[in-house]
Structures are given as structure tokens and as C-alpha cells.
Write a protein that binds this ligand. Sequence first.
Ligand code: ATP
Ligand code: MG
Length: 375
Amino acid sequence: MSIIAPGSTIGILGGGQLGRMTAMAARTMGYSVHVLDPDAQCAASAVADRVVAANFDDADAAADLASHCDVVTLEIEQIGVAALEAASRHAPLRPAASILAVVQDRSRQKRWLSERGFPLGDYRDVSSAAEIEVAARELGPLIVKACRGGYDGRSQTRVDAPSQSSDAWAALGSRPSVAEQMLDLEIELSVMVARRPGGQIVVYPPALNVHERQILAWSVLPAPLPERMAQQGEEIARAIADAFQLEGILAVEMFVLRDGTLLVNELAPRPHNSFHETEVACSTSQFEQLVRAVCDLPLGDTRALRPGAIFNLFGELWAKGPPQFEGALAQPGVRLHLYGKRGARAGRKMGHLSAIGETPDDALARVRAAAIAIQ
Ligand code: ATP
Ligand code: MG
């Protein structure tokens, strides 16, 4: 195994905020960064040495990107398989196309997890209204999710009764889907794991996540949890990274039921919104960890040196003009992170606030106070 030394060039498929923050960490360590994104003025473009403006299924563009890079990684799962394979012919692709193929399809991802004994909620593969109806009779209220293409709760629909099956199937565009039993959640967690090509694995403590309208609203690290539950979550994440022979980082989203049962919700083999607080809470941010992992450098310390919390800023905050950032920044321990996106649409992630505190509750109280001060 040979390291990809600082001074080399890292390619990133996807130039959104995750790519932008990864690029900033890479630059801090002396790497050059090239990005592929459909939008030449994407969030990462401001910190990239080169932007290849192309769609995520453009194999020629992916080959072009990779042929000028020493390693290629990604910030979004939905990259066409042909584009992934084209990139990997010119530079190591980390994580590998085989992992993406599993993760891109919810049904395949669930099958992969359950075949290896990872705990999942009850679900059915469905490819017709009739199959949704059967699932609703057997499992009760459902969330039906298209196998491909969704994020931030898009391409998902609730089915509260079997009679809603036809409407749900139409709402999903008659696409193959998974029908998940609607679970009674106590809390949601995520665990970030990193693995380098040589096999070294490190795991961050779990983050506690709160979603509103199926989109992450805020998150705090470390999650205030019984030690045993934190350990169980970390073991699951480590085992998944090991089973994939992961090269890179991967977030495991988890559900905790009222009786304390831990289930895997879904996987994201890239930086994750719920670990943005690693930038302020840990000595190694998730973005630097990704750089280290894909360059086969020693992985960094994952301990939370102090609690950190984040609060997402969505486009609606800009509806009446620029938000009042001064109020937020006057709060102790608070930082502002904006992604440089043009066009503040409702529901679009424009940035986040972060805060550190003496305790997780303290960090959260500060970031919430800052969020209120903005509005
Ligand atoms: P994201 O991109 O934000 O991760 P996503 O579109 O991939 O979202 P999921 O993670 O599957 O969607 O679901 C989003 C949120 O919806 C979950 O974090 C959870 O709050 C809720 N949710 C999803 N599935 C279930 C379920 N089976 N039971 C209860 N709540 C659920
Ligand atoms: Mg999710």
C-alpha cells in the first residue's frame, strides 16, 4: 500500500457542501482538489482547483476528472455505475464502486445488511400498489421509500391504511420501493466509521439526531447515551466497515426503539450532516478523516474533546432578506458555516450553526439560542 502524499490531487464526485468542506480540509493538508458537479458554480467550486461540469452519469467526464487526480472520492451516492467504473480506471476510487452499488439501492442495501446479521426494522420489497397493500395489512402503518434517488425524505410517502396504497404507488412514480414498518422511535443516532486501505479502523462516538419533516434539524456529539448503547452502535459501524472492506468513511444512521433496541436505518459512505460538529468537537473532523482514509494516511483521533452541536440553516430563513447573523455570533462558542450556495429555496440546506459547550445539553442550548437569534 502506498500513501497519497500531501501535494497530490484529490478528485471529488459531487461539489455540494460536503464536497466543499472536504476540499477545505484537503487544502489545509496541502492537497489540490478537483470536483465534478453538474453546476460549474457549485458550493465546492470556490475552493476547487478545477471543476468538471457534468452530470453524475457522464462516464467520459468522470474519466477526465480521474485522469488528473491521484485518488477519487465522492460526497454523494447517486453517481452512475458506469461513471464510477470509468473513474476507477484512471485513479483509485475510494470508496469502491461495489460499495456504492449496494448503497444506491435501498432494497439491495437492506438485503446486504440483513444477510450479514445487522439489525433492521421490518420491511417488504414492493413493486406494485397491491404489494404495498399486502405490506400495510401485515406491518401496519408504513413509510414507503423508492429504492433509488431519495434524500432528505424525498421519494418517500406514508401509508397509514391499506386503502392508501394506490395513491402511495402513484406518488412514488410507480418505482420499485421498500415498504418499511413505521417504527415508534425513542431517538435517532448516527455513527461515523473510517477505514484506510491497510485495514486500520476508527469510530467516532454516536451523534444524537433530531429530524423535522424527515430532514435533519439538529445534532449533538457525543450523544448522551448509556455506555452500553454507545458501544453497541460503534460495534455495528465497525463491523459494517469491515464487511465492506471500506476505503473511506461511512455513516450508519440508526434508530433506537422505546425498548432500547438498536436498528440500522441506512448507510452513507461519505461525510454526513450529523457529523459536521466534528469540526468543533474533535481534533479530527470527518472531512479531514476522509482525506486521511482515502490517501491511506494514519487515521486521526475520533474522541470528542468537548461536546459539540449543529443546527441546520434552510433556505426559508432567507425569505425576508439575509438572516441576522450578528445575533447568532454573539452567543459564546458559536460558529457560522455557510456553503456559498446561490438561490435560497425552502428546504435547501444553506449552512449550519455549530457550538461547543461544557455538556451536550449546553452545546445544544447555545446553538439553539443562536438559531433563535437569527430569526
Ligand atoms: P436523509 O437524506 O436525511 O438521511 P433519507 O431521504 O435518506 O433522509 P431516511 O433516512 O430513510 O430518508 O428517513 C428520513 C427520516 O424519516 C429518518 O431519519 C426518520 O426520522 C424518519 N423515518 C424513516 N424511516 C422511518 C421508519 N421506518 N419509522 C419511523 N421513522 C422513519
Ligand atoms: Mg437518512
